[in-house]
Structure formats: structure tokens, C-alpha cells
Design a protein around this ligand. Structure first.
Ligand code: NAD
Ligand code: IPM
Ligand code: MN
Length: 359
């Protein structure tokens, strides 16, 4: 008898549009797994601004331990709320999960589904197709630093940029391994070594050492300002980009817009072999929250990355195919030029998944 296949997933809708898009992603996940024999145990977690404001607690040590020992994945919507102006709950939950679960790869694919969705002139769908490997556990995000003479004209703020040999090497290696697995021929490392010599020096030395092990793959190191420009000028050059935490954050929003906007951009926070955290690249979008305007496709594509991580590539492909089909048919939210609301866009995906499943 075939072993029962299952996965336990913590679903954290979070704040703002995170709640709206996650509802649609869950609908899509239920539709795509129905009748497959794969049991997805989706457990909703109430973490976010509401709970933080009520209880003063963002996420506890016991909850981290629970995630680590009992779950295979986390599906997150977004965190961010104007009632928490310092964003501390988001840092504790989102950055907390990235750091404490040591999810060192932030994988952010940039894929253009249709040429009418890119703001770039004369670019075809195949011209915008690359992935960003963003280092996810170090850099300026570690929260080391402080302020001195705060509130006075002499105030000093220090935010340290932490780069370790281990951290830099493992993200660079992950990028090369991905390239090799997927038959890709070039890996681009990006830093700011001309101005930030210590961090850049480490990144460049390690990149050279690791790339020597992958003689079949071309490697190049580009300054991040030049890369930002060139992603717009000739995105077709890029296949795999590997970079630090902050540069990766910025480049991934730029990449998202090249491929139709944040409403279409998924991400996975991964440490191979461990629990993974999956979230759209976008935030809680307070400007459109609660209006049924948010595009749920980024969250649905994110659910696809999660299914891939859970060892279900067929379901991942079905989710992506459904999104592509909806886009081509114009069944989309207003950010993509469609007329559908968030829920109707999710319904359109579910309809396509159900048709695909029909005998
Ligand atoms: P944002 O990504 O929330 O929004 C940027 C712009 O993109 C807005 O105009 C918004 O309307 C639009 N947008 C975002 N998602 C969309 C969707 N699904 N469909 C259509 N349009 C969409 O970025 P922001 O405004 O800088 O941040 C808002 C809050 O979210 C902040 O608190 C920020 O810290 C937080 N944030 C959280 C995450 C996360 O949880 N992973 C990511 C980014 C930002
Ligand atoms: C992202 C977000 C986060 C980040 C914020 C909310 C801390 O912008 O996931 O891209 O900078 O990593
Ligand atoms: Mn970001």
C-alpha cells in the first residue's frame, strides 16, 4: 500500500491584504490537492497586528519550537500595520522566522507571463525570466547597532552590516546549485564592493572560490547600482542573481515590477531539508486593504512554491498554469488591467483547477 502523504502547514494571513490574498491561496490549495491523496493540514495562526495589540505578544518561543518540530511549511500573507508604527511585530514574526529558523535562502523568481504586463518597451515574455537568491539571515537586517544622543542635534545612528564567511558561502552555493539543477548558464553576484570594501571583499573572494567549483557555469560580479540599471535595460541577460539581504530586497521589488508588479511576485524562505516559509513579495498594502482590490495571484504562486517544497511539483505546476491561463484570458484584478475583485480572481483560479482535474 502506498504511504499516506501529508504535510502540516501554519497559515498566517497576517495584516491588511495579507488576509485577503491568503484566503484565496488557501482556496486554491484545497482545490489543487482535492482527490490527489495528498493531505494538507492547514492550521490557521492568528499572528499579526491585531493579536499583538491585544496581547502584547508577537510570537512566542514555544510557538517557534512548535513550528520547528511539527510543521513542514508556513504560508504567510503579509505583516505591517499603521497602528504598530515601529513595525516591531513584523520584525519579531517575519524576520524572527527567517533568522531563528535559519531560512538562509530567500528565493524570488521573476517571471513575465505576458509581454503586455511589463513596463519595458519591446521585451517579450521570455526576456524577463530570472531568479534572485537573496541572503536572508545577515546583512543590515540583523538589528545590531544603536543610537546615541537620540533626539538631540548630535544624534548618531549605527546599523551594522554583518557578513559571515559561512552565510555568504551558503547562499552563493545555493545559487550555483540551482543553476546547475536547472541547466542555467550564468550566475551574477551583486554587491557594492567599490564603496563597501570589507563586505564586498568577502563576497567577491567567496564568489570566486565557489564559482571555481562550477566551471560549466559563467560567473560575474556586478555592482548593485549597475545591475539595477541593467535589469531594466537588458533583463534577458540575467538568469540567477545572488546578493545580500538589503540589495536583494530592493532588486526583488524592481524585478517584480518588470514582470507585472507585486501582485504577481512570489517568494520562498528556505533552508533545504527544513521547514520553509512562503510569502508573496508584497506587503500589507494599506492603500488598498479591505477593498477587495488586492491581486491574489502572488499568494497563489507562492502556494505553488510551497507545494514544490513539499515535494508536489505537479500541484505546483497546476497552480502556476492556472495563474497563467487566467492572465491570458484577462481574468484578473485591476492592477493587471482586469475587472475582477480579489475573491472573483481566486474563484477564477479555482474554476481552472477544477477543469484541469476533470477526467
Ligand atoms: P506594499 O508591498 O504593501 O505595497 C506597495 C504597493 O504595491 C502599493 O501601492 C500596494 O497597493 C501595491 N500592492 C501590494 N500588493 C498588492 C497586491 N497583492 N495587489 C495589488 N497591488 C498590490 O509595500 P509598502 O506599502 O511599502 O508596505 C506596507 C506595509 O507592509 C509596511 O508595514 C511594510 O513594512 C509591510 N511589508 C511587509 C512585507 C511582508 O510581510 N512580507 C513585505 C513588504 C512590506
Ligand atoms: C520583504 C519585506 C521585508 C524585508 C520587510 C517587511 C521587513 O520588504 O519581505 O521583502 O525587507 O525583507
Ligand atoms: Mn521587500
Amino acid at each position: 500500500m502506498k504511504a499516506r502523504e501529508m504535510a502540516k502547514v501554519a497559515v498566517i494571513p497576517g495584516d491588511g491584504v495579507g488576509k485577503e490574498v491568503t484566503r484565496e491561496a488557501v482556496k486554491a490549495l484545497r482545490a489543487v490537492t482535492e482527490g490527489t491523496g495528498f493531505e494538507l493540514d492547514l492550521v490557521e495562526w492568528p499572528h499579526g497586528a491585531d493579536r499583538y495589540l491585544e496581547t502584547g505578544e508577537a510570537i512566542t518561543d514555544a510557538e517557534f519550537a512548535d513550528l520547528q518540530s511539527n510543521y513542514q511549511a508556513i504560508l504567510l500573507g503579509a505583516l505591517g500595520d499603521s497602528r504598530v508604527p515601529g513595525n516591531e511585530h513584523a520584525r519579531q514574526i517575519l524576520l524572527g522566522m527567517r533568522f531563528r529558523l535559519d531560512l538562509y535562502v530567500n528565493f524570488r523568481p521573476v517571471r513575465l507571463f505576458h509581454e503586455r504586463l511589463t513596463p519595458l518597451r519591446d521585451k517579450r515574455a521570455e526576456d524577463v525570466n530570472f531568479v534572485i537568491f537573496r541572503e536572508n539571515t545577515e546583512g543590515v537586517y540583523v538589528g545590531m547597532g544603536g543610537t546615541f544622543k537620540q533626539g538631540t542635534p548630535d544624534e548618531v545612528a549605527i546599523q551594522e552590516d554583518v557578513n559571515t564567511r559561512k552565510g555568504v558561502e551558503r547562499i552563493i552555493r545555493a545559487a550555483f546549485e540551482y543553476a546547475r539543477r536547472n541547466g542555467l548558464t550564468r550566475v551574477t553576484m551583486s554587491d557594492k564592493a567599490n564603496a563597501m570594501e570589507f563586505a564586498g571583499g568577502l563576497w567577491r573572494r567567496v564568489f570566486k572560490l565557489v564559482s571555481a567549483e562550477y566551471g560549466d557555469i559563467e560567473s560575474e560580479a556586478l555592482y548593485v547600482d549597475m545591475l539595477a540599471m541593467d535589469m531594466v535595460r537588458r533583463p534577458e541577460r540575467y538568469q540567477v542573481i545572488v546578493t545580500g539581504n538589503l540589495f536583494g530586497d530592493i532588486l526583488s521589488d524592481l524585478g517584480a515590477q518588470l514582470a507585472g508588479g507585486l501582485g504577481l511576485s512570489p517568494s520562498g524562505n528556505i533552508h533545504p531539508g527544513r521547514i520553509g516559509l512562503f510569502e508573496p513579495v508584497h506587503g500589507s498594502a494599506p492603500d488598498i486593504a479591505g477593498k477587495n482590490l488586492a491581486n491574489p495571484f502572488a499568494a497563489i504562486l507562492t502556494a505553488g512554491l510551497m507545494m514544490e517544497h513539499l515535494g508536489r511539483p505537479a500541484e505546483a505546476a497546476k497552480l502556476e498554469d492556472a495563474v497563467r491561463a487566467c492572465i491570458l484570458a484577462g481574468e484578473a484584478t485591476t492592477d493587471l488591467g482586469g475587472t475582477l475583485g480579489t475573491q472573483a480572481a481566486g474563484d477564477a483560479i479555482v474554476r481552472r483547477l477544477s477543469v484541469a482535474d476533470a477526467p
